[in-house]
Write a protein that binds this ligand. Structure first.
Ligand code: NAP
Length: 307
């Protein structure tokens, strides 16, 4: 029998969107690894560096996958120390401990490392200039991993959503059931990215990664839209499936989704106006391409629980 690519994988954040999707996807690929150790916040608090060192030394993985993060973008403005502990310090400690074992690291970062004033899609070597505490803390996490210099891949993704977890898809469906009128920001551009697609893409990369290549890769669904475009697509998809699935009707129709500006909807954290990410590098180095965001949205709809 062929030996697996990875003897023991340590996966963090298994109750989060990407961590959950990765756990499910890995369960369907038993040939890829020998053992999978899943840690949630109760088993490993990433704000505690000593706990991280102890866990990695006890588990002795040959691959660490770290989708756990402080993701409350607005709250991070008033909790910078906690955001930095989890998003900046913890990835560096994971990288140091992985390096001691000769292990590899997969980490996730964000489109919010960019300022958003570029015309067109961002490529990986464009200048970073995060506008928020969250974005700055995630960039500091990337830098901490880079400074350790182990075999590592950092996937910058964007606008993550899915049937599982707390996200924009569920917020829009809840609001569209409660209200006849929605007001959604139409001047921020990005790529809604399905957690299922992220997990599938990461597994494809893992099967092909020999550790030679390290660095940052954009990993988002193809195409781009605005939050208003995304909300419209969600309500439209629901309306298409509602009758056949016997789902509760929505109060808000597509025509009742008003396009507003960022200035009309002030938030504590400043978000980039354009965070559309070019994924050519991922495709060139690993032959991995994610589907268009509209196609991915329909696949996530198929996984939705009864509405
Ligand atoms: N969500 C987005 O729109 C988005 C966009 C761009 C990039 N990203 C990046 O993509 C990755 C995955 O994000 P996601 O959407 O899956 O996030 P998520 O759904 O918010 O999940 C984050 C996970 O991190 C865990 N966590 C938070 N603090 C922790 C701590 N102190 N110790 C241990 N675990 C802790 C959470 O645990 P609990 O379940 O206990 O809270 C949760 O399971 C992250 O690196 C994120 O920065 C996300």
């Amino acid at each position: 029998m062929q030996s697996p690519h990875y003897k023991k994988i340590l996966l963090t954040g298994v109750n989060g969107q990407v961590g959950h999707a990765l756990q499910q996807a890995l369960a369907k690929q038993p040939a890829l690894f020998g053992e999978l150790v899943c840690l949630d916040r109760n088993k490993l608090d990433l704000s505690n560096p000593q706990a991280i060192r102890g866990a990695v030394q006890a588990i002795q993985p040959d691959l660490i996958i770290n989708p756990a993060a402080y993701t409350a973008v607005d709250k991070a403005e008033s909790e910078p120390d906690l955001a930095y502990a989890i998003n900046a310090i913890a990835p560096g400690v994971l990288a140091e401990e992985a390096a001691k074992l000769g292990a590899k690291l997969i980490h996730f970062s964000t489109d919010y490392v960019y300022a958003g004033n570029k015309v067109g899609a961002y490529v990986e070597n464009d200048a970073t200039a995060p506008l928020s505490v969250y974005g700055k803390s995630k960039l500091a996490g990337e830098e901490a991993i880079r400074s350790v210099g182990l075999p590592s891949l950092i996937f910058r993704t964007s606008w993550v959503y899915g049937a599982y977890g707390k996200n924009f898809l569920h917020t829009i469906l809840r609001l569209a059931k409660e209200r006849e009128q929605l007001r959604i920001v139409a001047d921020q551009v990005g790529a809604p990215t399905s957690s299922l697609c992220i997990a599938q893409a990461v597994l494809q990369v893992l099967a092909r990664w020999d550790g030679e290549r390290s660095g940052v890769y954009h990993l988002v669904n193809a195409g781009h839209t605005t939050w208003h475009g995304f909300a419209t697509a969600i309500v439209d998809a629901y309306a298409q499936l509602q009758l056949t699935h016997h789902w509760q009707p929505l109060k808000a129709l597509v025509a009742n989704i008003e396009a507003i500006t960022t200035a009309d909807y002030p938030t504590p954290a400043v978000r980039p106006a354009n965070s559309y990410l070019d994924c050519t590098k991922l495709s060139a180095d690993f032959s991995v391409q994610l589907p268009d965001w509209r196609e991915a949205l329909m696949a996530e709809f198929q996984a939705l629980p009864n509405q």
